[in-house]
Design a binder for this molecule. Structure first.
Ligand code: IPM
Ligand code: MG
Length: 363
């Protein structure tokens, strides 16, 4: 069966890192004899410029008909007008929502040889291997009302943090199942000492836990979790949390790996593709990095590892997925570094050289 993959390069360094992943896809499919077709579509600021919308109808349609979607990044200073009615980020959020991708999985597994690139001491990084499940289609990212108002001569702006028990429960079930397949520990992160939506979060997760007696459940407040991620990162197995907290904590967690450029993600929902697997959206957790866009120096590892997650979760091509991850690991062990990963005095590779090193280790 031929996989239908939509690519959404987007803005900033997005096109550079997606190109890298496509080269790796070609190499690994050639090696294992898998067939695919690519369909490039517009999203974000570049879609706004060309099609007048951050999520054109044609893009959404192509994604709905695909087996999986690979995205680079969206956003940039050009589209940052606070009064604009459409923004690059709106396109990405709309895509996640429209495809029902409520679970965003972000694995954090630092490469032993990159500890010098992390600000954390090497002894703290030892044994770190956890996965964050970030709820992706609810919470304050989507709650209504969200608006500006004039009241008593003041301008007010408001957002709404809202969760239903059903939204929390489906994310929790997926997190418990992830933990069952790993070391059997789940940490649920909330702000239940202050927020009503977090009290419902904690109650619902506790209830769902009854179905998973083999998983040890821990609750942490988000401020404490931010600290524990740095003081005892190796103690985590699976972390489940809301949309906003997950966004913040995974940027923090990414520095354990040496650079946020390394971290991949998979966004999954209930829809199945022609392979009978979830139709997922795969993207690195980093943004469009306008400061280095077009310079050819972006780290493609997060996107290449996102590709590996796509091969595994949406296509069921485990041999290809493992081969990609292995090639990245070996390239890093062999000293291949983009500029964000290179320690003082270490030589750095540009994006093209970096993915070529990965491709060479696949072949
Ligand atoms: C992420 C990003 C996005 C988010 C932005 C670009 C809207 O930061 O995927 O983590 O906040 O979800
Ligand atoms: Mg983010």
């Amino acid at each position: 069966m031929k996989a239908k993959i939509v690519t959404l390069p987007g803005d900033g360094i997005g096109p550079e890192v997606v190109t890298a992943a496509i080269e790796v896809l070609a190499a690994v499919c050639n090696k294992f004899g898998y067939e695919y077709e690519l369909d490039e579509q517009l999203i974000g600021g570049s879609a706004l410029d060309v099609a007048g919308s951050s999520l054109p109808e044609a893009t959404l349609k192509a994604c709905r008909q695909s087996d999986a979607v690979l995205l680079g990044a969206v956003g940039g200073p050009k589209w940052d007008d606070p009064n604009a009615s459409d923004r690059p980020e709106k396109g990405l959020l709309g895509l996640r929502k429209e495809l029902g991708l409520y679970a965003n999985v972000r694995p954090v597994r630092p490469h032993a040889d990159l500890s010098k690139a992390s600000p954390l001491r090497a002894d703290l990084l030892e044994g770190v291997d956890f996965t964050v499940l970030r709820e992706l289609t609810g919470g304050i990212y989507f709650g209504e009302p969200r608006e500006r108002r004039q009241e008593n001569g003041l301008t007010l702006a408001l957002d709404t943090m809202v969760y239903s028990d059903a939204e929390i429960s489906r994310a929790a079930h997926m997190a418990f199942r992830l933990a069952q397949g790993r070391r059997g520990k789940l940490t649920s992160v909330d702000k239940a000492n202050v927020l009503e939506s977090s009290r419902l979060w904690r109650q619902t997760v506790t209830q769902v836990a009854e179905d998973y007696p083999d998983v040890e459940l821990e609750h942490l407040l988000v401020d404490a979790a931010a600290m524990h991620l740095l003081t005892r990162p190796a103690s985590f197995d699976v972390i489940v949390t809301s949309n906003l907290f997950g966004d913040i904590l995974t940027d923090e967690a990414s520095v354990l790996t040496g650079s946020m450029g390394n971290l991949p993600s998979a966004s999954l929902g209930e829809d199945l593709n022609q392979f009978g697997q979830p139709r997922g959206l795969y993207e690195p957790i980093h943004g469009s990095a306008p400061d280095i866009a077009g310079k050819g120096v972006a780290n493609p590892v997060g996107t290449i590892n996102s590709l590996a997650l796509m091969l595994r979760y949406s296509l069921g091509w485990e041999d290809a997925a493992a081969a990609v991850e292995q090639a990245v690991d070996v390239a890093l062990s062999d000293g291949c570094r983009t500029v964000d990963l290179a320690a003082d005095g270490e030589k750095s590779l540009n994006t093209t050289e970096m993915y070529a090193e990965v491709v060479a280790r696949i072949n």
